[in-house]
Design a binder for this molecule. Structure first.
Ligand code: NAD
Length: 499
């Protein structure tokens, strides 16, 4: 059995804890490797290594750090096929989608290539007599990132790209369910010229996460995962004096007004609901048609489109989506389907019992569609994270606006309409962090920032963009005076002012 080991100080380091996690091939439903899970003492070693490497890295001028990012971007492009296959083999998403996962991470690396410009501070000449003031952004030191299984390339790059470009050393704790891509990315960073120790991959589970959150040398922790864990990571990290950003789960709504282009909307909804088997925090698992006529027309078109979906292995170029991450997650999604039926929703299409010939043991699940779901139902209130789309009918625009606004999650939302007034009002009033107008998956580009509201995000700085630079640096403000000589000014016991 293949072992997946830690990557510390620029090399593979064999785990010594004696604890391992199983990594599956979701297409076959079999264990394909085991991953070492770090103990607190193994984490200590990685942090010590990172702390040592960080001193020199922070001193390297920003152009030098940018050059490493440029070269890493080139290597990512050159290794795109290899990385996409590795990612799909552990996650199960189709190859084209894995390339999208890598591409969206690569775009954050491109953003980080501009770090000399992004780190420029502020300067005021003559703030007082002979007094100038400047502020600079300095790296924090050793920082850490804890990532979920569903974007095993993009989310690590959201974090280590800006963090390392800013001059920090980084400890990445990827999901133990698909950890190999992170190791490969770290190897490519070394090949790109990153000094060993600046980027380390330490595998682990909740014990490793807890050790990271309590570690005195680690200054900041970025987390992406489910909401309950995000909230506890946020609290524990803060208790230990760290800067923390913790992104959580989601339940994104697609609002469909009567004047929407229905064919385009259906194509967008089906891709956004079922792509990657619904295992995306920006998926659209809820659709809200406004008005009975819209609902009936939409349902008819949705049923036809969902019946046409092709489920296949990750390497099948015709497949729209592949298997789920593991059997336990599939069972959880199936439980939600049953709960939906029990609480009175209409299960129009039932994906349970789907089996892919030749891959009967794979973690596949067919697409499901519910109608007549209501806001009180558990299956509506909670995140399912599978290939399930729920129709929640609304009579009015106000009712449709209220649904995502009152939901516990507030990650993304989309509205489909040709009415600019309605779209603008919706975008203005909806209580959700990222809004799409005729755009089903409004993940912001790399030079804006990604973050949800309510239980989708804890902490006040988003991922990447300028918020990423702010998160991984702290501001130092220097007030300086260079007197020309002359008499000593009077001693003053009054707080200095610049009158
Ligand atoms: P998860 O919360 O199970 O795991 C995330 C990370 O936390 C992993 O590295 C895991 O090892 C670690 N972890 C697991 N249990 C822990 C515990 N008890 N204490 C501390 N750490 C623990 O999430 P997942 O299943 O890997 O990913 C799916 C979830 O992530 C979904 O809820 C999805 O919506 C969310 N997600 C959110 C965003 C976002 O930006 N808001 C992006 C992607 C995924």
């Amino acid at each position: 059995m293949r072992n997946i080991e830690h990557f510390i100080g620029g090399q593979s380091v064999v785990g010594t804890s004696g604890h391992y996690g199983e990594v599956f091939d979701p297409n076959k439903g079999q264990v394909q490797a085991r991953v070492s899970l770090a103990s607190a003492s193994e984490l200590d070693r990685a942090v010590a290594n990172a702390a040592e490497a960080q001193k020199g890295w922070a001193q390297a001028n920003p152009q030098r750090r940018a050059r490493v990012m440029f070269e890493f971007k080139r290597l990512l492009e050159a290794h795109m096929d290899e990385l996409a296959h590795l990612l799909s083999s552990e996650h199960g998403k189709v190859i084209a989608d894995s390339k999208g996962d890598l591409q969206r991470g690569l775009e954050v690396i491109e953003f980080a290539c501009g770090i000399p410009h992004l780190l420029k501070g502020e300067y005021t000449q003559g703030a007082g007599p002979g007094i100038d003031v400047y502020s600079a952004r300095q790296a924090l030191g050793v920082v850490a990132g804890i990532t979920p299984f569903n974007f095993p390339a993009m989310i690590p790059m959201w974090m280590f790209g800006p963090a390392i470009a800013c001059g920090n050393a980084f400890i990445l704790k990827p999901s133990e369910r698909d950890p190999s891509v992170s190791v490969r990315l770290a190897e490519l960073m070394i090949e790109a010229g990153l000094p060993p120790g600046v980027l380390n991959v330490v595998h682990g589970d909740k014990d490793t996460v807890e050790a990271i959150l309590k570690h005195p040398t680690i200054k900041a922790v970025s987390f992406v995962g489910s909401s309950d864990i995000a909230q506890s990571v946020y609290s524990l990290g803060a208790q230990h004096g760290k800067r923390v950003q913790a992104m959580g789960g989601a339940k994104n709504h697609g609002i469909v007004l009567a004047d929407a282009d229905l064919d385009q909307t259906v194509a967008d909804l089906v891709g956004a609901a079922y792509g990657s088997a619904g295992e995306r925090c920006m998926a659209l698992p809820v659709v809200v048609p406004v008005g009975k006529e819209t609902a009936e027309a939409l349902r008819e078109k949705l049923v036809a489109a969902v019946k046409d979906l092709r489920i296949g292995v990750s390497t099948d170029p015709q497949a729209h989506f592949g298997p789920l991450i593991n059997a336990a997650h599939r069972a959880k999604v199936e439980t939600y389907l049953q709960i939906g039926v029990d609480e009175g929703a209409e299960l129009v299409l039932d994906g349970r019992g789907f089996s892919l010939p030749g891959h009967e043991q794979g973690f596949f699940l067919g697409p499901s569609l519910f109608d007549h779901v209501t806001a009180e139902m558990k299956t509506y209130r909670e995140e399912i994270f599978g290939p399930v789309l729920q129709i929640v009918r609304a009579d009015t625009f106000e009712e449709a606006l209220e649904l995502p606004s009152k939901h516990q999650y507030g990650n993304g939302v989309a509205i489909f309409t040709r009415n600019g007034d309605a779209a603008r009002e919706f975008a203005d009033r909806v209580e959700v962090g990222m809004v799409g107008i005729n755009v089903p998956i409004p993940v912001p580009v790399a030079y804006h920032s990604f973050g949800g509201w309510k239980r989708s995000g804890f902490g006040d700085l988003n991922q990447y963009g300028m918020d990423g630079v702010r998160f991984y640096t702290r501001t130092k403000t220097v007030t300086q005076r260079w007197p020309k000589g002359g008499p000593v000014s009077d001693q003053s016991f009054v707080i200095p002012t610049m009158r």
